[in-house]
Design a protein around this ligand. Structure first.
Ligand SMILES: Nc1ncnc2c1ncn2[C@@H]1O[C@H](COP(=O)(O)OP(=O)(O)O)[C@@H](O)[C@H]1O
Ligand SMILES: O=C(OP(=O)(O)O)[C@H](O)COP(=O)(O)O
Length: 443
């Protein structure tokens, strides 16, 4: 059994200036995750949540399968032990509607190649035919369910939906660390209906991030970029309590730049978050945290591989262009901060790294982090892809499959996907010791 020490850390202040430590709200007993290793799997229907939310192109082809490979140890273990594996994941944000672009069919074929074994693909994730397919599995066989987010109930953590998913398996294994910050049916609600275990990836992520939390040295720095601005802007408020420096690039920077009165042309921006961004800048000043924005940018008329990039000062972004990368002056400035940092947490590319014209900022920053002697954690599907593509894994302390999940974990926020398994484990232990009624039911 693995004790999630991030929760234990809540109990004792460990850090000096802007500590990661928080007050304990939870029992130590609740910290425990039960491991997949503990299970007798032969003949068991193992319902496993994985995070196969891989980067894809416009046609839905997989750009990078790192997240799938990361789940292979758990998948291969279940199959080797004679378990009957039912895999479930989301892909993208189809908003509760069926959209072929977000089908998991391509992932089933890729998984088949990775396992060198057949992978059955279900046409949905619930319903009588899916239940029949799950019941029909033989020992060592694997079925991949269709995108969970084709049903709006998934993101609502709807109990009836959780129950229907749970009815497909005998045991629930959560190996989706990257989605553990979402309280959804397949990550949280499902724990009410099945015995819960952590997969190997979930265990590894929690262990590695706990190590980083143990004694994070100052100067501590966060680098924030990417496109999920609405999701992650709020997290900067928490980071201000824990970091000495926050570098902001990528799509994230635009909202801050506009909030500070700069013209950002056609760049992506969350106009409804301008007030919040201004508040964060003021709070950073009060807390004496250096919140650093780009000095210049690479701009282009459209987001495409062919669009020509042009370097402009951040005060002179033309109205008809969009910011697609940080410029050379910003790269130099960011590198200076990276050289001085002792702890670095990074999520989100600093530009549209998928296209060479706008990849330089992200690549240079990746190299600088890999060269630095700081303890470094890089999180997020896209951000991790860059490190792998550049072959710089060795220089990074931990490359996490989760972006938002990693940030929230390091900020001391309890992740619903981890918490659901912990609470269930703690209650389950009591039940197994005869201290209560069985806590899960099979339908
Ligand atoms: N200036 C920008 N404008 C538009 N998109 C951007 C910009 N900078 C980065 N991005 C995009 O952000 C995406 C990754 O964002 P996100 O999902 O938040 O990161 P991660 O998957 O690492 O958590 C990439 O597809 C990248 O092209
Ligand atoms: O890719 C993910 O998160 P990330 O981009 O923060 O790493 C997860 O699969 C969660 O996806 P979501 O942010 O659509 O809930």
């Amino acid at each position: 059994m693995l004790c999630q020490r991030s929760l234990c850390i809540f109990m004792q202040p460990l850090c000096n200036k802007r500590g990661f430590a928080m007050e304990s709200k939870f029992d130590l007993e609740v910290c425990c995750l039960r491991s997949l290793k503990e299970l007798e799997l032969k003949g068991q229907r193992v319902l496993m949540r994985v995070d196969f939310n891989v980067p894809t192109d416009k046609e839905g082809n997989i750009i990078d399968d790192t997240k799938m490979r990361a789940a292979l140890p758990s998948i291969e273990h279940v199959l080797a032990q004679g378990g009957r594996l039912i895999l479930m994941s989301h892909l993208g944000r189809p908003n509760g509607k069926i959209d072929e672009k977000y089908s998991l069919k391509n992932l089933a074929s890729r998984l088949g190649q990775l396992l060198a074994a057949p992978v059955y693909m279900a046409h949905d994730c619930i319903g009588p035919e899916v239940a029949q397919a799950a019941r029909g599995l033989q020992d060592g066989e694997v079925l991949l369910l269709e995108n969970l987010r084709f049903h709006a109930e998934e993101e609502k953590n709807d109990p009836a939906f959780s129950r229907e998913l749970a009815s497909l398996g005998d045991i629930f294994v959560n190996d989706a660390f990257g989605t553990a910050h979402r309280a959804h049916s397949s990550t949280a609600g499902i724990a009410d209906y099945l015995p819960c275990y952590a997969g190997f990836l979930m265990e590894k992520e929690v262990e590695m991030l706990e190590k980083v939390l143990e004694n994070p040295q100052s100067p501590r720095m966060a680098i924030m970029g990417g496109a999920k601005v609405a999701d992650k802007l709020g997290l900067i408020g928490n980071l201000l309590q824990k970091m000495d420096v926050i570098l902001i690039g990528g799509g994230m920077a635009n909202t801050f730049l506009k909030a500070l009165g700069k013209t950002i042309g056609k760049s992506i921006c969350e106009d409804n978050l301008l007030e919040q961004a201004r508040g964060l800048v003021e709070e950073a000043e009060k807390k004496n945290v250096s919140l650093i924005l780009p000095l210049d940018a690479v701009v282009a008329p459209e987001l495409s591989a062919e669009a020509p990039g042009q370097i402009v000062d951040i005060d002179h972004v033309p109205a008809e262009l969009m910011i697609l990368d940080i410029g050379p002056q910003s790269i130099e400035l960011f590198k200076k901060y990276i050289e001085k940092a002792s702890t670095i947490v990074w999520n989100g590319p600093l530009g549209v790294y998928e296209y060479p014209n706008f990849a330089r900022g992200t690549e240079e920053i990746t190299r600088a982090i890999a060269r630095s002697s700081a303890v470094s954690v890089i999180g997020g599907g896209d951000t991790a892809v860059i490190v792998h593509d550049m072959g710089l894994e060795e220089g990074i302390t931990h490359i996490s499959t989760g972006g938002g999940a990693t940030l929230e974990f390091l900020e001391g926020i309890r992740l619903p996907g981890v918490a659901a398994c912990q609470e269930k484990a703690a209650r389950g232990i009591g039940a197994e010791l005869g201290q209560g009624a069985p806590l899960w039911e099979k339908s």
